[in-house]
Design a protein. Sequence first.
Length: 222
Amino acid sequence: EVIDELAPPVVSNQNTNSNTSSGSGRSGSSRSGGSSGVTSKSVFARPLSITTNGDDVRLLQVFLNNQGYTVSSFGLGSKGNESTYFGPATKSALMKFQTAKGLSPTGVLDTQTMAVVNLLYSSTGTTSNPSANSVSPTTSGYVFTRSLTLGSSGSDVRQLQVFLNTKGYTISSSGTGSRGNESIYFGPATKAALIRYQIANGIKPASGFFGPVTRAKVNLQK
């Protein structure tokens, strides 16, 4: 299961039928055996930050390099030469990843960032992504870049409704929110459809909040 943020306070008094709808330091000592191949379905289980050591740091460097968030262009931390030391270059690369995924750019593999990284592993079975410094592209050319919740409005809410309707998590069978009639308002029906999607995809809490983890999952599936 993957963990999304807790939903912010719910906006009340919405009509039920209204819808719309997260471096290798050059002094690193231990390096990998030279392979930066895919680390399929690897799972990160602890927070990582500057000066941390361990094989999971090397795996994080592999992940970042393969995603296009280069730790180093040569030497320790470069592709094929990832190390077990979390230095400034790893922090910098991780911050770029966090910014691209709509996460707080702390440079720390914290709980939310860990959930998104693990989700990318489990969803794709690969760490490679030729599109650097960007949110995972969608087949429609649209990517979600902000969190959405009950009461939100905007074209991205419409895109979310289109996604949910297309995937079978129907917003409405007729009228506003139905397929071909998606709106820009995130109402109770959008929230209910999103909760069904979150439950089906093991995202907790299934609160109807479109946070970084849910967003990453949707961007991968579009």
